[in-house]
Design a protein around this ligand. Structure first.
Ligand code: ATP
Length: 491
């Protein structure tokens, strides 16, 4: 067992005072160790540790003392009566649209496979795509703390963001999304249930957890639905742990529950800033990003870890900003004959390639990144004129062709057997490797045309911080050299 640092001692003492609190723990700063120290300091009280995912929960079940129940939010909400509906065969959007009878909901008579719309580039919308968007809308609402499905839960799609197409999309999607939820609540409903659906049902029932203490981990990326339930456990001592600077799922609707705990419960904020993952050289790079995003925390590197920063020829992991960037590295690495793994598998890449293939052959697609386009040419145009993040995808597909990309995704190795692990920064969350290179698709923000200011979006800065703090021994962050040109940060 290790000797607690002064910061860890303060966290244990604050727990002992019996007050709700927030623990801001920098990357690699031993937050799990600190929670275990807290749990061991008071074995008579029943504690519920709420983990970010199943793997962390299983690990915690083994390593936390007996007075701790370790579960994910879904684990807390699960009820076996949902099993038959969860275990139904996978339902495509096409099958779901037929089962729910989307045409009837929209009052369409006749047998056309699509409906005429005012959706700008999309002159016609298929029932399958309407269903896909409606299901995504229900899913997003389920992750929110909102009581009703509203327009804000309908995702934004590239190519359909202007007011008229957006209004036309809402008119088609909202009635179907609401009908889908009614169906999910009905005993004889036709739609397959997802884990987020029963989590929402549970949250709407106002549950009271049988526990003395709630320990919420990775609280910076907790979905609102779960944060609300935990904030409402007034009978329990509530402790939220995480790192606000690692909040990277805001775009998906997650809110930083650490801030909510401070705001709503008046919880004091303690910090863990001594990193045990890397030495001072990498901590210094992490601090560059913490400074840029105006975070109050600064990390101290572990003197016992030797770490260096500079170009690396043979990284263990390459971390990319985008799926397309990761796809590019995978293709390059496989052609060089290296065994290559992709964190999360090749599914995302294949789905993107299939969606591009559909557009190339004049078919619509329900892939969220490409749904707003009627043809591959319109994606090309949009990438060149409005959104250069799609440029990499367009270039890859045009250069390699979708077949070769799907083949590459099928040729991926498992991480245990790989010479190189490729990951998006999002999927690298919670992971670490000895030698890490940051890929060049982390692009510098373009200078503002009028003021010339280089303004970084805060979530982009947090993502770069997550990426650089995955390295234990060596970090190649040459691709992020532009950070010194950033003049301001925006929300
Ligand atoms: N007080 C300490 N002295 C020495 N080593 C420590 C101390 N506290 C934690 N560690 C070590 O730091 C490492 C990371 O700790 P831990 O596993 O608790 O962090 P984590 O919470 O999983 O990581 P992160 O902070 O990135 O989420 C472990 O090897 C742990 O033994």
């Amino acid at each position: 067992m290790v000797d607690p640092t002064p910061e860890q001692r303060e966290a244990i003492a604050t727990y002992g005072d019996g007050i709700d609190c927030v623990l801001q723990a920098g990357a690699g700063c031993g937050k799990s160790s600190t929670l275990k120290m807290i749990a061991r300091s008071d074995r008579r009280r029943l504690m519920t540790y709420v983990a970010y995912n199943k793997a962390i929960a299983s690990d915690a079940k083994r390593s936390f003392p007996q007075n701790v129940v370790a579960k994910t939010g879904h684990g807390l909400a699960f009820d076996p009566r949902h099993l038959p509906r969860l275990n139904r065969p996978r339902q495509t959007a096409h099958v779901a649209a037929q089962a729910l009878d989307v045409k009837r909901i929209l009052g369409v008579i006749g047998s056309t496979p699509s409906i005429a719309t005012d959706l700008g580039p999309l002159k016609a919308m298929t029932y399958k795509i309407i269903m896909r968007v409606a299901l995504d809308t229900v899913e997003r609402w389920c992750q929110s703390a909102d009581p009703e499905i509203e327009a804000r839960h309908v995702p934004q799609y590239d190519g359909l963001t202007r007011p008229e197409p957006r209004a036309a999309l809402l008119a088609l999607v909202l009635p179907v999304a609401r009908a889908a939820w009614t169906d999910l609540l009905a005993e004889d409903g036709v739609l397959k249930m997802s884990h987020d659906h029963y989590l929402k049902m549970w949250a709407l029932s106002g549950p009271k957890l049988p526990t003395d203490v709630v320990l919420l981990d990775e609280a910076q990326d907790t979905n609102d639905v779960l944060a609300r339930v935990l904030l409402d456990q007034e009978h329990a001592q509530r402790i939220a742990v995480g790192d606000s600077s690692q909040a990277i799922y805001e775009w998906r609707g997650a809110k930083d529950a650490l801030k909510q705990f401070v705001r709503e419960l008046g919880a004091p904020e303690l910090t863990l800033s001594q990193s045990f993952r890397f030495g001072p050289a990498i901590a210094e790079q992490a601090n560059v990003w913490l400074h840029v995003i105006d975070a109050p925390l600064r990390l101290t590197g572990y003197e016992r870890c030797e770490s260096t920063v500079g170009p690396i020829d043979d990284p263990d992991a390459i971390l990319c900003r985008t799926n397309s960037g990761a796809m590019g590295i995978v293709m390059e690495s496989l052609s060089a004959g290296r065994k290559t793994a992709l964190v999360g598998g090749g599914g995302d890449i294949k789905r993107l390639a299939w969606a591009a293939e559909a557009l190339q052959s004049g078919q619509p697609t329900d892939h969220p990144e490409l749904m707003g386009f009627a043809s591959w040419d319109s994606v090309r145009e949009y990438a060149a004129e409005e959104d250069n993040s799609l440029e990499v995808l367009v270039k890859l597909i045009d250069e390699h062709g979708t077949d070769r990309i799907v083949e590459a995704a099928d040729a991926l190795a498992s991480e245990d057997h790989a010479d190189l692990v490729v990951s998006t920064a999002h999927r690298s969350k919670g992971r670490e490797w000895p030698k890490v290179r940051i890929h060049s698709d982390f692009r510098a923000p373009k200078p503002d045309q009028r003021s010339g200011l280089v303004i970084l979006r805060r979530e982009e800065g947090r993502l770069a911080y997550v990426a650089v703090t995955r390295a234990r021994e060596r970090l190649d962050n040459t691709a992020l050299a532009w950070v010194r040109d950033v003049t301001a940060v925006e929300a």
